[in-house]
Design a binder for this molecule. Structure first.
Ligand SMILES: [Zn+2]
Length: 86
């Protein structure tokens, strides 16, 4: 089973972050009224990116109802990615 997720810029070397990310500084994120905290390093600052999931990936995850895009918050410290659909 081949799974392909197309992330724009997101997995580039960290050293290029300042060029690739529109934001100048990472921001705190709030989800459902609670601050998003990195589960790996407990950092509270994230870069925000949009990711496109291709059709076969969406089908594999039974996500045909979704609009096949996801919002990714990338931890500014450890680069762990938190995904949110839609
Ligand atoms: Zn982290």
């Amino acid at each position: 089973m081949e799974i392909e997720v197309v992330l724009t810029d997101i997995l580039q070397p960290k050293i290029q972050n300042m060029k690739l990310f529109n934001q100048k500084v990472p921001e705190t994120i709030e989800v459902k009224g609670k601050p998003l905290i990195c589960p790996v390093c407990s950092n509270e600052y994230f870069w925000t990116r949009k990711a496109q999931l291709n059709t076969s990936t969406a089908t594999f995850f039974n996500l045909d109802w979704a609009n096949r895009s996801a919002t990714c918050f990338v931890c500014s410290e450890c680069t762990h990615i938190s995904w949110f659909l839609g």
